[in-house]
Structures are given as C-alpha cells and as structure tokens.
Design a binder for this molecule. Structure first.
Ligand code: SAM
Length: 293
C-alpha cells in the first residue's frame, strides 16, 4: 500500500474514529475491527489481488481492510448491514474513487443483482472479508450457492470453523461442513490470527481461510438435497458407526440393505462417517437413492 495514505488499521486511529462518531460496537453484528496493518498486508497477499481484479467485501466496518483492498484491486464493492457505519465509511474512504458501498444485509440480497454495477463487470471477482463470526457458515453457503463467478474467497473466521472447513477425512474436525465446502472449493488455512489485533478482542482465536473454486464440483452429485441429507444423517452421532446412523435416520427395517450396500462399496461394516471421502459419500448416496422421495 502507498506510504502517504494513513492507515485506518491502527489502535489510536480506530478509537479516534469511533469516538468522533459516537459509535458503539454492536456485538449482535459480530463487530471486531482489525487494527494491525501487518495482518492486513498478509490478507491481501493471500488473496493475490491486482488492478485487473474486482473485489466483493462483506462487512467493511470502519474500512480497515477495505482501504488495503482499494489500494490493490480494480474496484471494491462492500456490503454493510449497520446504518451507523455508512457515514463513517463515507469519511474514512473518501479519497478512493474505486469504492462502492451497498447498505444491506448480505444474506437478504442476491449478489448477482449487484455485480453488473462494477465499472468493468468482466474482470475476475474475488471475495475478501473479515466475516461477522455469528453468521460465517450461512454467508459462505450463500456465496457458494450464489453462482457468482468468483475465483476465490479469502476470509477471516473463527479458527475452529476454518479448521473444520479445511479438514481431511480421518480427522476429528472433518464433517458435513468440510464436505459442503470442499465439494465446490479447494480449502486451506492460510494463517492463524491472534485475538489481540482486534478492537474489541473476540473471545475465540481466528484464522484466514483461502478457498479457490474448482473448475467443476469434485464429484458429480445426482441429487444434491438427498446427498446432503445422507451426509447429515451419517454424521448425526459421531460416536456411532455409519450403519447405526443410517438405521437411526432411515429406519431399522433397512438394516440388511445397508449392510449389503457397505459390502458392495467395499466399506468395513464398522466404518464411521468421518473416514469417508466425498467420493465415498457420493457412491453411498447413489446406493441409497431408493430412499430419496
Ligand atoms: N472489515 C472490518 C474489519 O476488518 O475491521 C469489520 C469486520 S467485523 C468482524 C464484521 C462486519 O460485518 C461489521 O462491520 C458488521 O457490521 C458487518 N455485518 C454483520 N452482519 C452483516 C450482514 N448480515 N450483512 C452485511 N454486513 C454485516
């Protein structure tokens, strides 16, 4: 970022902006503002931005991350729910002519209605954000399902959630969230972030997760709703075997059919859901398709 610009992301300036605007942090909106420019530099480096890339940001806050994005990207479109942050952003980011602010609840809008408003809508799009932690998963699912042609998502979230999303089979963290994201995106934890770089400090540790869109879903899923129903049932009780979860979810009378299916799929009778790959789940859901209605 150019040296002449004063960073919003430092503790003194952040408190000064909040005080001058009589702004009170709203916990209900997951407001934890970043105050460390080194972390922001690392985030934009992880996102690999350039002046030929448009950025979507969710929750710009007082503009700490937005400022770094504006310096590196072609244009930034940010979605902020909190009315009282709108005039603050008007002041803190006044010098940038490549910024568009949308005052909205990101979960209540269709992002496709907005991307045509970029000055050059044909440029590639990346999503970069320090997410409100109370709705991390709904926001990610909203983005992935939106069909917006974004290349990658680089976002700050609670470390435990980032670990679950990037988890591989056979680990404790692996579950339905890993599968829901990894079906469409390659996910990796880029780096951890201390709680001390936020105002106020959150009471959990954080991490930056980088997700890159796969050219097509990892495996072809014939009936997505049924696939995710099977995944949910399979992980319903983590201590139980897969077969016992299937019995509980679909009924005891199907026990023999489940045993035969596991044999056919070359899965051990006592296998647990956490050892199955996404490919295994796709084959399992296909084999159980007689139960989809
Ligand atoms: N980007 C800023 C930073 O890094 O300092 C602020 C990040 S803060 C963790 C999350 C931001 O998301 C807040 O500005 C909050 O008001 C906003 N937010 C919360 N829920 C939202 C929603 N449903 N739609 C849009 N913005 C939301």
């Amino acid at each position: 970022m150019t040296k002449e610009v004063e960073h919003i992301a430092n503790i003194i300036r952040t408190h000064d902006i909040l005080r001058r605007h009589d702004f009170f942090i709203k916990k209900k909106f997951g407001q934890n503002f970043l105050t460390d420019s080194n972390i922001l530099t690392k985030i934009v480096q992880t996102a690999e931005l350039d002046k030929k890339t448009n950025v979507i940001e969710i929750g710009p806050g007082i503009g700490a991350l937005t400022q770094f994005l504006l310096e590196e990207a072609a244009e930034v479109m940010a979605f902020e729910i909190d009315d009282s942050l709108i005039p603050i952003l008007g002041e803190t980011l006044a010098v940038y002519d490549n910024f568009q602010l949308v005052h909205a609840d990101v979960l209540k809008i269709d992002l496709n209605d907005f991307i045509g408003n970029f000055s050059d809508p044909n440029l590639p799009i990346k999503v970069v954000a320090n997410l409100p932690y109370y709705i991390t998963t709904p926001i990610l699912m909203h983005l992935i399902k939106s069909m917006i042609p974004f290349q990658s998502i680089v976002v700050m979230m609670q470390k435990e959630v980032a670990d679950r999303i990037a988890a591989q089979p056979g680990t404790k963290a692996y579950g339905s969230l890993s599968i829901a994201v990894q079906l469409y995106m390659k996910a990796q934890v880029a780096f951890d972030v201390s709680r001390n770089v936020f105002v106020p400090a959150p009471n959990v540790d954080s991490a930056i997760l980088k997700m890159t869109r796969l050219p097509q879903p990892l495996v072809e899923i014939k009936n997505e709703d049924f696939f995710f129903r099977v995944v949910k049932i399979a992980f319903a009780h983590r201590r139980k075997t897969l077969i016992n979860n299937l019995i509980q979810g679909f009924g005891k009378d199907k026990k023999e059919a489940f045993e035969n299916l596991l044999k056919q799929l070359k899965l051990q009778p006592a296998v647990r859901a956490e050892t199955l790959t996404i490919f295994d789940f796709a084959r399992l859901a296909d084999g159980l398709s007689f139960l989809s209605d």
